[in-house]
Design a binder for this molecule. Structure first.
Ligand code: S0N
Length: 274
């Protein structure tokens, strides 16, 4: 579908498009001939793009989508599935999409899944791990693992259950059926459904609203919501962000300054709030 916006290419890749508009970075899986299934190279490119988004202060929000109007992502490319994972040019079987899932989850900026068609299998899991999902009316959601010889018992199951509840999550995985965008919205795993020709406009509109909000506040909310679910790894991330905020205080700077000036720190001069 032609875009109404003038996205600027950040970097050329083989399997994805990586573009920028007003603080929004957009990652588009560009393999429509296989319904945007990912191979190891696709995932490596997406991971590199996510790293860029993390580092670049001009990026406020990330959008993940698929090329065309048929698929967001149909999961792992079954043509390259070998024993032990998906095999890339180096001949090594990998499940590197699991690392990408973690990157999306720990990126200290909102990630929006813009679902423009099938979100199936590992492609469904990708939308699940994004912070928000905006879907077109023709979008179709579902897991296929137990039908095609795989499963994702990690975020793809447990985090999904947080969205839709345990019974529905088990239904989605055990039956491997497909659900309309409206059904997905009713289940609580989609934030908004719009006509396909309004999908990008709505997504950009939501991103623009988030860009007016405090980036640090959004970051802390995301880490707090993750921490409740992610055990010690989640607490570690939330704590790291708390440390970042602490470093901004004069109290923290007094500790460092005292050390460098070879004197005892005077922490008593700082207010202690109730
Ligand atoms: C997406 C579907 C429903 C679309 O159906 P539609 O519109 O009827 O199109 P098709 O004619 O079926 O497809 C068009 C062309 O695209 C190819 N194609 C589609 N999907 C894939 C795919 N995933 N891999 C390779 N090719 C694909 C078709 O073959 C067809 O090609 P031509 O035109 O040449 O015939 C429908 O296509 C569908 O159901 N697709 C398969 C969905 C699926 O089962 N995906 C894999 C599920 N598994 C994973 O994603 C595993 C993810 C993973 O990496 C993982 C993560 C954590 C833990 C474990 C794993 C693990 O892998 O084990």
């Amino acid at each position: 579908m032609a875009s109404k916006f003038e996205w600027q290419t950040i970097k050329e890749y083989e399997d994805i498009r990586f573009e920028f508009l007003e603080g929004i970075a957009k990652i588009t899986i560009n393999r429509p001939e296989v319904r945007n299934a990912f191979r190891p190279q696709t995932v490596n490119e997406m991971s590199e793009a996510m790293d860029y988004c993390r580092e670049d202060p001009d990026v406020y929000v990330v959008v993940l989508t698929g090329e065309g109007d048929k698929a967001f992502c149909s999961g792992g490319d079954q043509n390259v599935k070998g024993i032990g994972g998906y095999v890339g040019k180096d001949g090594v079987p990998r499940l590197n999409v699991l690392d990408l899932q973690k990157k999306i989850r720990s990126l200290p900026k909102p990630v929006v899944a813009m679902v423009n068609g099938f979100a199936i299998g590992g492609g469904h899991v990708l939308h699940v791990v994004c912070d928000l999902t905006i879907a077109s009316e023709n979008a179709i959601f579902g897991q296929t693992g137990p039908k095609v010889g795989s499963f994702d018992a990690g975020f793809g199951s447990s985090y999904l259950a947080r969205h839709v509840g345990q019974k529905k999550a088990r239904e989605i995985w055990f039956l491997c059926q497909q659900y309309s965008a409206k059904e997905a919205e009713d289940m609580g795993m989609v934030n908004k459904v719009v006509p396909l020709d309004q999908l990008e406009e709505t997504t950009v509109e939501w991103c623009r609203i988030m860009m007016q909000r405090s980036p640090m506040a959004l970051r802390m909310i995301k880490m707090g919501l993750n921490a409740e679910l992610d055990g010690q790894a989640g607490i570690q991330e939330l704590a790291g962000n708390a440390t970042l905020l602490y470093y901004f205080t004069e109290e923290a700077q007094e500790g460092k300054n005292a050390f460098l000036e070879k004197r005892a720190p005077d922490f008593k001069k700082f207010p202690k709030f109730p």
